[in-house]
Write a protein that binds this ligand. Structure first.
Ligand code: ATP
Ligand code: ZN
Length: 210
């Protein structure tokens, strides 16, 4: 019989909840932190532990059949995958934030300003849709310190509680997108029996939580 593969985050904000969800689906596996693949002993499934950024492409290309990843990462990588189920964890928003001292009120005032982000694709589409021309500065992390260092006028970053913004002297200015973890699959794969079975198990775990 075919063995499915599901890709989940190796470590980070989605790892623990993803592992918990799969265990609650009745899947038995060792949660080895050091290995990239764990076989499931009671279902024809292997779990791949990856960086979240790689998950959408692995699923699109069929290297993994399924994946658990934030909607923000899917949108940023612009892959074609099916959204099989929203999972109710990893909730956050991608927001534009500005220094408390920057006296701007309207979105249009971002025109000509620089915005640092690790999400240039999503931000670029958002600004284009609003007809705003900002200078998007793509950086790979620590976005929130960028205005303080004089590297940008504003930032666009993921926010959950807002604590990180606050402690860096920033305030939320505009919502770009909201996100949560989702179960994704390759386009068309939801009709395969084993995948259907897994989706059903996930859905009953989620229903039991309601
Ligand atoms: P990796 O090492 O896998 O690349 P990462 O550092 O890119 O990890 P994490 O910070 O672990 O990613 O975040 C994973 C996902 O968790 C995000 O893409 C997002 O969907 C979600 N998330 C929820 N709340 C937040 C938050 N406050 N900040 C960042 N991400 C959040
Ligand atoms: Zn990442």
């Amino acid at each position: 019989m075919k063995t499915l593969k599901i890709a989940i985050q190796k470590s980070g904000r989605l790892n623990e909840k993803s592992v918990e969800l799969l265990k609650n689906c009745g899947l038995n596996f060792e949660n080895y932190k050091s290995s990239l693949i764990s076989p499931v002993s009671n279902f024809p499934l292997e779990i791949l532990f990856l960086r979240d950024d790689d998950i959408p492409e692995y699923v699109q290309d069929g290297i993994a059949d399924l994946g658990i990843v934030g909607e923000n990462v899917i949108q940023e990588t612009e892959v074609e995958v099916s959204y099989l189920q929203k999972l109710g964890f990893g909730k956050c928003s991608l927001k534009i934030a500005v220094p408390n001292t920057l006296p701007i009120k309207n979105l249009s005032e971002l025109d000509g300003k620089s915005i640092a982000t690790t999400y240039p694709v999503i931000l670029g589409k958002f600004l284009k849709q609003k007809g705003i021309e900002s200078d998007i500065r793509t950086i790979s992390g620590s976005v929130e310190i960028s205005p303080g260092l004089g590297l940008s006028d504003a930032i666009c970053d993921l926010v959950s509680t807002g604590g990180t913004l606050k402690s860096n002297g920033l305030k939320p200015f505009a919502d770009v997108m909201s996100s949560e973890a989702v179960l994704i699959g390759r386009k068309g794969s939801e009709n395969e029996d084993l995948i259907k079975e897994l989706i059903q198990r996930v859905q009953s775990v989620l229903r039991a939580k309601e």
